[in-house]
Design a binder for this molecule. Structure first.
Ligand code: DGJ
Length: 735
């Protein structure tokens, strides 16, 4: 393959790696530090054919040898297609399906032109990874269907340092009649492998992010969300691996959709043995009508490749998301230890019990007090979950003087043994409305509904139609009025039900565009506020939310043992810095299990936002006495969790001793967490072999003993535990 090398810019950072994008109008190459992505134009058909997505390669690569065509599958079904269109004999699932104005659903997209753009243009109205011209460069391939006059621009951006390739698609109608986009995948790639495993994250409320691994079988394997949000049931993340790939070895491809709405992932092994992966809009909730002259932009899908196993894949995604997705200034800065009122008081509070709880929080060392659900509603006070959503004014019975005097009193408190003033945070669920609310009385049509069909309630609430500008404006105004009314420096943005009964399938995406507008306006208007996303726990743990909110409440299940799986599962795609994790009371409110206070705290401090979810006043005395020390430890490890690399050493599904190592960005410090889940009687103790250290360097461990990195990685450290549940946190310091 001969390539005309285009030096599109001369940037010192990129020049440490191979040239990021090489293109000659026929062959295209995207090169990262350890990744290469190649495709070319088929001169006869104009189709874009995939050549390689994997480890680095040289300029010349052998092209796919296509067998003699026999049987039902014609040429187009035997090749690796970059953007498979519909209706012309490729019987695998297409990346795009357009109902043309005449009614048929055939398309023929052919390569037309390309351009290379330094940096990465923003996606209109959608969250997206971002970077300077030094971080990222973009190749746009224009495809055109001359029969329908529809253009599809495929935009590939490469972040060479992170081995990440990001793709989105713009579809523009240049014809004269309306067309309908029935399906559009952000990612479509055909890998030339017959034996692959797929890994995804499935779950439900209070058991999010359960890792699921299976062999890719012939035919279609599909999962996704149809509840209007990225959802508890399936996360918009997919990994493909070799069957032999482990956490630390082997090839792994990770795909992560930067979107908060319903989505579909399709993995299809075709009769020829290639494996196709598609990720994008959920076609059952799209039917997007595109009038002449208009464009539909797909969300973007991030693809990373690692030959260092599933752990390497996760670390690439973590670094990319920490550095090039999360806009908040708090993305990697220390997070205050917080106390959230929910599990401590639920709906049962008034001004004085809230102040008492805040005093208790300060007394054990918390730096931020968060007032959760139940503070609002005037005509329809929110005393339980059956009223008040939509009416974002303080409940005058609970707060007769409004929020300001209470916030002042709380922010005058000092966190124990410090001169740090407490900060104040507050809960909202702005996308919702209770039928028992003034908002609903005034604007029943603002709730999503489909004509005469009954409006299905869940948790006694309905979903506002954020596709409507007046609803977006109402939310922006009501949230900003509250934020301006007092010294509020943190917001927990909740969302507690799925979407039903939309007036049209397209409303689902229109809602997302409206929601992103709201997120963008509010976070831009209040950049000093620390925003936390939440959807009954991790029901919207996705990269779209992370663009605006640097942290997300990982699960409503605060049981430490369950949390190990949930947090480690979530970490397949998302950085630990993004996880909210709290120490809660025992017996645990979700599982009824009693776990020692240290174990509960140690699990929680593996999340970037450590907090307490209890009332210290009713804690066991001994447990309560331990909290200030645990808070101090959490604050000591927090910078490493926020900025460091995560190495999952033992998985909870494989070992009685799950273990995780976090290594600081500058590699000078590390922290090891080891847990015991069940007692170990009359048996030797496990050795935890560390990873990712410098074998030649010396490291001082907690007890003062110095070992080389090689010793720590080849022999490991041993721990003994007593009882059911145990934990150890070990600091390492490079000498
Ligand atoms: C669901 C959240 O996940 C909880 O943390 C809490 O904020 C409740 N909603 C309040 O209704």
């Amino acid at each position: 393959m001969s390539l005309l090398l285009l030096f599109f810019f001369n940037c010192p950072n990129l020049m440490r790696y191979p040239i990021a994008i090489v293109a000659d109008g026929t062959h295209f190459a995207l090169n990262g530090k350890n990744v290469a992505y190649r495709f070319h134009v088929d001169n006869t058909t104009g189709d874009l054919l995939g050549d390689h997505f994997g480890g680095s390669v040289g300029d010349n690569i052998p092209l796919e040898v296509i067998g003699e065509v026999n049987g039902w599958v014609s040429d187009i079904g035997r090749v690796r297609r970059e953007f498979p269109d519909q209706g012309r004999g490729d019987y695998r699932v297409p990346a795009i399906s357009i109902r043309q104005s005449e009614g048929y659903t055939v398309s023929e997209f052919r390569y037309k032109s390309h351009k290379i753009i330094p940096g990465k243009p923003a996606l209109p109205g959608l969250p997206a990874t971002m970077g300077t011209e030094e971080d990222v460069s973009t190749l746009v391939i224009s495809m055109y269907d001359k029969y329908s006059d529809v253009a599809a621009d495929l935009s590939y951006s490469i972040f060479p340092k992170h081995d990440a390739i990001v793709r989105s698609v713009n579809v523009t109608n240049h014809g004269t009649g309306n067309i309908t986009i029935e399906s559009l995948a952000s990612l479509s790639v055909d890998l030339p492998y017959e034996d692959l495993d797929m890994i995804n994250l499935r779950g439900d409320w209070a058991r999010e992010a359960q890792r699921e691994r299976r062999s890719v079988a012939y035919g279609l394997q599909s999962f996704g969300s149809s509840n209007g949000y990225s959802g508890h049931l399936h996360n918009p993340f997919l990994a493909l691996t070799e069957p032999s790939t482990t956490e630390s070895q082997g090839e792994a491809w990770g795909f992560s959709l930067v979107y908060t709405g319903s989505f579909t992932v399709n993995v299809e092994k075709g009769s020829q043995g290639f494996t196709r992966a598609l990720m994008g809009f959920n076609p059952s909730q799209l039917s997007w009508v595109l009038p002449p002259g208009e464009t539909l932009t797909s969300p973007e899908c991030v693809s990373v490749y690692s030959k260092d196993g599933i752990g390497g894949m996760s670390r690439s995604l973590h670094r990319l998301y920490r550095n090039h997705l999360i806009k908040s200034k708090f993305a990697t800065s220390d997070r205050p230890t917080l106390l959230n009122s929910w599990e401590g008081l639920y709906f049962d509070f008034n001004q004085s019990s809230i102040y008492d709880l805040a005093k208790e929080a300060a007394g054990v060392g918390a730096k931020l007090f968060v007032l959760d659900d139940g503070w609002f509603g005037k005509e329809y006070p929110r005393l339980s979950d059956n009223a008040g959503l939509g009416d974002w004014v303080p409940n005058p019975d609970r707060f007769p003087d409004g929020l300001e005097p209470l916030v002042k009193k709380i922010t005058d408190l000092k966190a124990a043994n410090t001169s740090t003033n407490m900060r104040f945070g507050i809960w909202f669920e702005p996308e919702m409305v209770n039928p028992n609310s003034t908002l609903y009385d005034e604007h029943p049509d603002w709730a999503l509904h489909a004509g005469p069909y009954p409006r299905t309630e869940a948790r006694n609430q309905l979903v506002l139609n954020l596709a409507l500008p007046e609803v977006q404006d109402y939310i922006i105004k009501s949230v900003s009025d509250v934020l301006k009314s007092a010294d509020i420096s943190y917001v927990k943005w909740d969302n507690n039900r799925g979407i039903n009964e939309t007036p049209s399938p397209a409303t689902n995406h229109a809602y997302m565009l409206g929601m992103y507008r709201v997120f963008n306006e509010l976070t831009t208007q209040f950049p000093d506020v620390l925003w936390e996303g939440c959807a009954s726990g991790g029901g919207r743990f996705d990269p779209g939310v992370l663009q605006y909110f640097p942290q997300i409440w990982t699960s409503d299940n605060t049981d430490a043992i369950d949390r190990i799986s949930i947090q480690l599962g979530t970490s397949l795609a998302y950085p630990p810095s993004a996880m909210g994790a709290h120490l809660s009371e025992v017996p645990n409110h979700q599982t009824g299990r009693t776990v020692p206070v240290a174990v509960r705290a140690h699990v929680a401090m593996m999340g970037g936002s450590f907090g307490l979810e209890l009332n210290p006043a009713v804690m066991d005395e001994e447990d309560k006495a331990a909290v200030p020390g645990l808070v101090a430890l959490a604050e000591k490890v927090n910078p490493i969790i926020l900025n460091g690399d995560m190495w999952r050493l033992n998985l909870p599904e494989d070992s009685n001793w799950p273990a995780v190592l976090f290594i600081a960005e500058d590699a000078r410090k590390a922290v090891l967490f080891v847990f015991q889940v069940a007692p170990n009687v009359n048996h030797s103790w496990p050795r935890i072999k560390l990873q990712g250290l410098d074998p030649q360097a010396s490291y001082k461990v907690d007890d003062g003993v110095v070992y080389t990195g090689a010793t720590l990685m080849n022999i490991g450290l041993q721990f003994a535990f007593k009882g059911d549940y145990g934990s150890q946190v070990v600091m390492l310091e490079k000498q």
